[in-house]
Design a binder for this molecule. Structure first.
Ligand SMILES: Nc1nc2c(ncn2[C@@H]2O[C@H](COP(=O)(O)OP(=O)(O)OP(=O)(O)O)[C@@H](O)[C@H]2O)c(=O)[nH]1
Ligand SMILES: [Mg+2]
Length: 309
């Protein structure tokens, strides 16, 4: 005697609650196994419903899979590296951080967004290579929509373009990014500067007049430091070193530009934020070393701050 069809529907729904993916598929299959095999009537309707549920579960599983391209944010800011294939994005990420990432002398070496953490002036910043943005990305060519979605979540963009070849690839990528309505603080990293033909940098400056251009080579540490500095400027953050009892913390806090002493204190500890009466300040925002300032004093990048309660 089969279970009444109304009871079966209720039981089935209850058993599927909270199940996704393979587990849900298994449960749906087992429920289908319990259904009497009528061609018509309420049991046949239940079977159709379960079949549709199976299909929906599979589609959702694929979507979840695609979403897993998303990058979990870490650090004080997230900086996206985009550019035509073979521009040297992975090589830069590797040179700026300690990750091992596949690089290659061919297009599309990197197939999905790759995050890398780096320290800039003591603050952790997340760099993300966004590979394979090609013409038509906005129409989802090359899975472009998901990639543009990752880019949308970033705080700033480093457009990468090799000095050796034509700059058309960069133009295409910038057009796709603009076409997606993505506007972020950005610079151009002019890569492979060690192989740059005569006058290439000047030509790139003419081709991309609206962005700061930072020439860089993974073989030149000085150029990598200059790129780090430019990336830090892009974050719009400042570093503040807390000082207690005459000792300066090696690890700075990252704060938004324009942050006040009260906000610095709050960042160190909420209670300190409330109790703070002012601070002693060393650095660019101070008129002299160890200047006594109030809660509303605006700090500058690199300042040392000792909060006073
Ligand atoms: N001479 C020189 N070669 C470089 C430099 N940076 C990267 N390359 C070379 O350029 C090629 C491409 O580098 P990748 O870092 O894989 O480039 P990518 O932009 O990540 O490429 P895809 O992931 O395929 O889009 C590799 O052969 C690198 O060795 C550089 O500063 N100087
Ligand atoms: Mg790559």
């Amino acid at each position: 005697m089969p279970m009444p069809h109304r009871t079966f529907a209720q039981v089935a729904k209850r058993r599927l609650v909270g199940k996704e993916g393979a587990e849900r598929v298994r449960m749906i299959r087992s429920l289908m196994g319990e259904l009497p095999d009528y061609k018509n009537g309420p049991y046949a309707d239940l079977r159709k419903w379960l079949e549709a549920e199976l299909e929906r579960t599979r589609v959702r599983a694929k979507v979840v899979h695609r979403d897993s391209l998303a990058v979990r944010r870490e650090g004080a800011a997230q900086i996206a590296f985009v550019g035509p294939p073979n521009a040297g994005k992975s090589s830069l990420l590797q040179a700026l951080s300690s990750i091992q990432i596949k690089t290659g002398d061919y297009a599309f070496t990197t197939l999905r967004p790759v995050p890398a953490l780096t320290r800039i002036g003591g603050v952790l910043v997340q760099l993300v290579e966004i590979p394979g943005l090609i013409e038509g990305a906005n129409e989802d060519r090359g899975g472009g929509r998901v990639l543009l979605g990752v880019l949308r979540g970033a705080d700033a963009i480093v457009f990468c373009c090799a000095l050796g070849g034509s700059f058309d690839g960069l133009r295409v990528v910038r057009a796709e990014v603009a076409g997606a309505g993505i506007e972020k603080p950005a610079i151009v990293a002019a890569t492979k500067a060690d192989e740059s033909p005569e006058g290439a940098l000047a030509r790139l400056a003419v081709a991309e007049p609206d962005l700061e251009i930072v020439p860089v080579s993974v073989l030149d540490d000085g150029s990598l430091d200059r790129l780090r500095d430019a990336i830090w400027q892009l974050t719009g953050l400042i570093r503040v070193h807390p000082r207690h009892n005459g000792k300066v913390d090696a690890e700075p806090f990252a704060l938004p530009l324009g942050a006040t002493i009260a906000e610095v204190a709050d960042e160190i500890h909420h209670e300190l934020g409330a109790a703070c009466a002012g601070a002693l300040v060393w650095g660019k925002s101070a008129r002299f070393e160890g200047q006594r300032v109030g809660r509303t004093h605006v700090v500058a990048d690199g300042d040392v701050v000792e909060v006073i309660v």
